[in-house]
Design a protein around this ligand. Sequence first.
Ligand SMILES: [Zn+2]
Length: 202
Amino acid sequence: MLYTSPALETLIERLSRLPTIGRKTAQRLALYLLKQPREDVAALATSIGTLQERVRTCSICANITELDPCPICRDSRRDRNVICVVEEPNDVLVIERTNEFKGLYHVLGGSLSPLEGVGPEDLKVRELLMRLRADDETSVKEIILAMDPNVEGEATTLYLAKLLSPLVDRVTRIARGIPIGSDLEYADDATLARALEGRTIV
Ligand SMILES: [Zn+2]
């Protein structure tokens, strides 16, 4: 259905490009916004508009942050002997929620996928190696690999284990209690906490 308003049509078209939002949902959202108080819609537009200006990636761990280094990298109470390697910034939030991990993170920005043409050079692997070699990070004793439990995550775990083993005392992986083929984010806190606790040497 085409609307008589190009502004509305443009918004629907843009919203429908977002993940999980099809044309129908986009229409519903756009018409909903149309009925909301003008200041609420303006506030939403502002927060979308300033998102990329304010949010950057941490120059140490590649997590998303407004301050560089990010609050986790800056926090002197965090255990600098352990780095947990994850695929996406969302995984940091998920692991933080368990309150089980007090070390530092490294966000790869994805996982190895030969099928989709994603190789180590497309991920923050070089940055991780540089971190381990940097003077102030030589205290790293353990690297925990916390990839998603799927084929790409497994390939990434094996690749990193081989690469990192000579550089640190221990490379471990989170236990497999998380359903295979899923995302870390779908694991409940207790399962993830158990998976962290029960991690094994790779
Ligand atoms: Zn950081």
